[in-house]
Design a protein around this ligand. Sequence first.
Ligand code: NAD
Length: 326
Amino acid sequence: MTIIITGGAGFIGSNFIFYMMKKYPDYRIICLDKLTYAGNLSTLTPVMNKPNFRFVKMDICDRKAVYHLFEEEHPDIVVNFAAESHVDRSIKNPEIFLETNVIGTSVLMDACRIYGILRYHQISTDEVYGDLPLDRPDLFFTEKTPLRPSSPYSSSKAGADLLAGAYCRTYGLPVTISRCSNNYGPYQFPEKLIPLTLQKALANQPIPVYGDGKNIRDWLYVEDHCRAIDLILQKGKPGEIYNIGGHNEMANMDIVKLILRELGKPESLITHVPDRKGHDRRYAIDPTKIHKDLGWMPETKLPQGIKKTIHWYLEHQDWWMGLKNS
Ligand code: NAD
């Protein structure tokens, strides 16, 4: 089995490469990554010299180069993690989000339909559903929830999802889509809430929290996400969408306080900053479908996952120290 994993030098993609290489040592894994500010080649050092691994520096929007890679490698599966992924950056500059997240996805799927593929898997996000009110804890996103994205980031991801569905219906491309909640764990770029908080706290610097900090996210340990994607590749049905989330909801402010407690740092480091434009209030996934159809359940509870993540960042300061001002 030959798999192209795009965006594999980023946070979730690199964790997925490690997961797959450990679980399927006979698979050939090709990582395709443009190495934007969010991609870090040093993350892949542990697998770089393995005979069944290849790294290719490439832009998924570069049609000629992507087609050439497909001609060379004849992949059986493509898993597309490559994306511009930070909401704040999308508010400042939407264009690159449309290029990579929408056009790039169409280039990959064109290559899949021209050269043939067993499965194209699109990594999406629960943010395509927009947000839920804070005062309705009974509401959750299901796969049938209408798309109502709030930011340029989430609308570009929703656009890619619609395109993936259309390629499935129009060309019969065997597409699956997964929409996951917020991930955390090793190798996350320190612009996102958890690694940013850790980095600032360790340096005794002010920790920025948007608005009132009451925004709720449904946190998933990255390895649980990787296991879910693997299950979808093995047992998921083409044409289907799977929501991935673990009923691990917590307000941003409570996450920050939890990290400060674990590190023994004072809450006086918390600094309120003006709220993000269009800031979504609550995300919460209903994972019934992936649980019933594929038997997936998250294994890591939030407090335990946060402990593991803190431990990893403390042990790997050399990894994130160089990145912090990028
Ligand atoms: P990330 O920003 O850490 O990594 C993105 C990777 O994609 C980087 O290595 C970057 O170099 C690469 N890339 C960007 N543009 C590219 C291009 N044009 N061609 C090739 N490579 C390119 O992102 P992440 O947090 O690992 O997210 C991965 C995927 O998962 C994204 O599609 C994101 O929308 C989705 N997702 C993320 C989360 C989360 O909490 N991080 C939650 C749900 C879904």
